[in-house]
Design a binder for this molecule. Structure first.
Ligand code: PDD
Length: 278
């Protein structure tokens, strides 16, 4: 497999990583997961824009322009003759340097790599819906940065899986922020609610599109956090992400949402997503 390393292409097996590396030792870096449908990127511009926002937020100088990385990611798909459904994973760290907390010398180049991976759509879960548990959001105050520091997210997702669930719904100070790797939405009386895009959530690229789908379908979407207690009386609940698309949540903490079936507004947003992702 051909991968993108630094600013050039190389074979996957030729890339070695030094152990004194800022991403490995400090999680000092950022990443993106970009969806590919039948060999074409979905929401590439949105992901590249967010990558640059994350880089600026951690004072990381990326060694390319938006246009250059966009072209290189397209080239990466071409070199791998990608025609199926998949993702590109891209990460950028503050580089390789002797371990010390403060930034390395200013001329230390960022370490960047990107690779493609096959990833079929989660059809079964998208159709039938998934279950979730609620958990306390113990993350830091800058969740708008797509940082490599994912330990709280990893622990939350593991707890969900050990309880037979797909996702952990994170709650902070009596409000649902998002999922461990997704954005969260509640539907009540034909009205959609989701946490505002503050520093407490990652503003998902799919989330940005869902706002447009809701507007097109003329369902009001309010960026206002809802409480974990409101979930018990929700008409519908769903999550979004690049890998999960628009996914119904039909059970939370062992209790069904409404009649335990994916809701009609969720279904309409799924249809809008399918059309958009074509
Ligand atoms: N995660 N919130 C968090 C904490 C996330 O990690 C993600 C995505 C999202 C949704 O963002 P988007 O719609 O841009 O995919 C929200 C990716 C898929 C991951 O870490 O694998």
């Amino acid at each position: 497999q051909t991968i993108l390393s630094q600013t050039d292409f190389t074979e996957r097996d030729d890339l070695t990583y030094p152990f004194e590396e800022r991403g490995l030792q400090f999680g000092d870096g950022i990443y993106e997961v970009i969806r590919i449908y039948q060999g074409s990127f979905y929401l590439l511009t949105e992901h590249v824009n967010r990558l640059f926002r994350s880089a600026a937020a951690i004072k990381l100088q990326l060694p390319f322009s938006k246009q250059t990385i966009t072209n290189q990611l397209q080239e990466l798909l071409a070199k791998n003759a990608m025609t199926t459904d998949g993702i590109v994973y891209l990460q950028a760290t503050r580089g390789s340097a002797p371990r010390t907390h403060a930034f390395p010398a200013a001329d230390t180049p960022a370490n960047v790599y990107a690779y493609v991976k096959d990833m079929p759509r989660k059809r079964e879960e998208i159709i039938n819906g998934v279950s979730a548990i609620t958990q306390r959001d113990i993350r830091w105050e800058n969740c708008y940065i797509k940082s490599l520091n994912l330990l709280p997210n990893v622990l939350a997702k593991q707890e969900a899986q050990e309880n037979g669930c797909f996702e952990a719904i994170l709650e902070r100070d009596g409000r649902v922020t998002e999922g461990s790797s997704s954005n969260l939405y509640l539907v009540k009386d034909h009205h959609i609610y989701t946490h505002p895009a503050t520093n407490q959530i990652l503003n998902g690229c799919v989330r940005m599109r869902v706002k447009q789908f809701a507007a097109d379908l003329e369902y009001p979407l309010t960026e206002e956090a809802f409480s974990p207690e409101a979930i018990a009386n929700a008409d519908e609940l769903f999550l979004t992400s690049s890998t999960s698309e628009v996914m119904p949540i039909v059970m939370v903490n062992g209790k069904p949402i409404a009649d335990g079936q994916p809701g009609s507004i969720t279904r309409q947003l799924q249809t809008a997503y399918e059309a958009d992702a074509q």
